[in-house]
Design a protein around this ligand. Structure first.
Ligand code: G4P
Length: 530
């Protein structure tokens, strides 16, 4: 029993979020390097191999095994067992990316020091805020010309609306980058560049009193550091761990992932400051992570490679207890006892079948088509359902036209199954049947995926007619409003999802506010529910 508790306590499950190119892959790779999960930097599935052109879906499909692998990685570091959840970027960006954050207990936000907060970071950040999970900021690429660190703090605070507390502070940047000052220990970690990034850049430990410090930094940087420290101590937010745990204050770190500088420092603080797996809300109240009864929820479903079988992998986040592959579990929504088939976990690049796992872990199980996103599995006889997972606002919409109308049945089946996996959302206009379907996606690549999969897996050819609409809102208080009576704007379209929930589509963002102004009491939401 003591071991069971210890196993859960030592787990840390987090996602790394960033705008593409900020250095998420590089940082992940360095983490794995410290954990001894890989031997050489450069061996994590790099961006280069993952750079999918939109037309490359065939290739993506061939690589599916790999992309499954990259969705979560587990490794040990010191006494910790770390689960990193990957949030794909670029064209791969999809609703899955958002949903992955539902399985994390905290997030690491990587920001490029020369660019500050960028578009994709803002989108992912909003989901972290929705969940009130702690957010740790790593400001990367200090070895390049960077914005002033005070301006970067200001940028994070004003754009994202979160308070910041620098845990360390950079000394210079670009060619002048000399290291970081640790505000907790008052030590300076001096940076000397190494050229290959394979090993850590040398990280010598100095204090503010070290006689060689001023000479080492040069008098200008030395004086600026003294001033900065004084300013920070006087003006920056205190490190209030209660606010950190609520996601209202972000501890900030500086470094260079490529040069492996500041990474270990960051990792050590981060692991200490984050908590072990957090309890989750259910219809029976909060579920204690340390309860001996196993429970988990499905947060992602991925179509498998074997087209002939249309089987899928369901990813589950274990929320309480211990998973034992020999024991039956109860699938709450399916109302059935079952044994989870081929449970697997991902260790860096390897997939391995497992026999046990603990709260905080992510497991992938073979899914013959029974699971839906948000489903709960638990110990038989102790049933409850976890709180549902939100659906996220798609930003691209298209009307789907079927080329061969004789294949109606296959079309409906195919598009419904793909929507059930959560890669696309489907909607209808009022007063039309299934012949007029609107597809909404978070990333445009999903349009090509849909086209390709319908043709290859269901033998159905479609044409997509993209729509100018980009903003969708669920009506939060639909009981109080007759959708037909909502006073709209000229660019507004009324649609419904497959459950009949009313939604509004807009071409322009300003129109959302305009409709709110015209319809007093109307509440619109960017999130729906599965
Ligand atoms: P991503 O996953 O967030 O998209 O970013 P990724 O780690 O792939 O990094 C994007 C680019 O930034 C890569 O260069 C990477 O080497 C570089 N980079 C990451 N961290 C640092 C850093 O601390 N300093 C500097 N100077 N560069 C950094 P690339 O040329 O696009 O790719 P590659 O040829 O290095 O693979």
């Amino acid at each position: 029993m003591a071991d069971f508790k210890k196993e859960i306590e030592r787990r840390r499950t987090f996602a790394i979020i960033s705008h593409p190119d900020a250095g998420k892959t590089t940082l992940t790779e360095k983490f794995l390097l410290y954990g001894g999960a890989i031997n050489l930097a450069g061996s994590v599935k790099g961006k280069k191999t993952a750079k999918h052109a939109v037309s490359d879906w065939m290739e993506i499909e061939k690589e599916r095994g790999i992309s499954v692998t990259s969705s979560v990685m587990q490794f040990n570091y010191k006494d910790y067992c770390i689960n990193i959840l990957d949030t794909p970027g670029h064209q791969d960006f999809s609703e899955d990316t958002y949903r992955t954050l539902m399985a994390a207990d905290s997030a690491v936000m990587v920001i490029d020091a020369s660019k500050g907060v960028e578009a994709q970071t803002i989108k992912l950040f909003k989901v972290c805020v929705l969940r009130h999970i702690p957010i740790f900021t790593f400001i990367n690429k200090l070895d390049r010309e960077a914005q002033d660190p005070f301006d970067l703090m200001e940028d994070i605070e004003s754009v994202l609306g979160i308070h910041t507390c620098p845990i360390n502070w950079p000394i210079g940047s670009g060619k002048e980058f000399k290291g970081v000052y640790d505000r907790q220990t008052h030590h300076i970690h001096a940076f000397t560049e190494n050229n290959n990034g394979m090993k850590a850049a040398s990280d010598r430990d100095l204090t503010m009193d070290s006689p060689e410090l001023e000479q080492e930094l040069g008098s200008e940087l030395y004086e600026r550091l003294v001033d900065d420290i004084e300013l920070l101590d006087g003006a920056s937010d205190e490190l209030d761990m209660d606010l950190v745990s609520k996601g209202q204050l972000s501890p900030v770190f500086f470094g260079s992932a490529l040069n492996n500088f500041g990474i270990e420092l960051f990792l050590n603080y981060f692991l200490e400051m984050t908590s072990s797996p957090l309890p989750r809300m259910s219809d029976s109240g909060l579920i204690d992570t340390f309860s001996p009864d196993f429970s988990a929820f499905v947060f992602k479903i991925q179509a498998n490679m074997n087209k002939a079988h249309r089987d899928r992998i369901a990813f589950m986040r274990i929320c309480s207890g211990k998973f034992d592959a020999d024991k039956e579990v109860y699938h709450v929504q399916g109302k059935k006892k079952l044994r989870l088939s081929q449970p697997q976990q991902l260790m860096a690049q390897e997939r391995k079948v497992i026999s046990e796992a603990y709260a905080g872990d992510i497991i992938g199980v073979f899914d013959p088509g029974i699971f839906s996103i948000g489903d709960t599995v638990c110990t038989p006889g102790k049933k409850f359902a976890f709180e549902g997972i939100p659906t996220f606002a798609p930003e691209h919409f298209a009307k789907v036209r079927q080329v061969d109308t004789m294949k109606r049945k296959q079309f409906i089946k195919g598009i419904s199954q793909i929507a059930q996996e959560g890669a696309i959302q489907i909607f209808q206009e009022y007063n039309t049947g299934m012949e007029e379907i609107i597809v909404g996606v978070v990333g445009v690549l999903q349009f090509d995926v849909l086209k390709h999969r319908l043709l290859n897996e269901y033998g159905v050819e479609i044409r997509l007619e993209t729509m100018p609409h980009e903003y969708i809102r669920w009506i939060a208080n639909k009981e109080d409003f007759d959708t037909n009576k909502i006073i709209g704007t000229s660019d507004m379209k009324r649609i419904k999802d497959l459950k009949g929930n009313p939604l509004l589509l807009f071409v322009h963002e300003w129109a959302v506010q305009s409709v709110l102004d015209k319809n007093k009491g109307l509440e619109l939401s960017e999130f729906g529910r599965w």
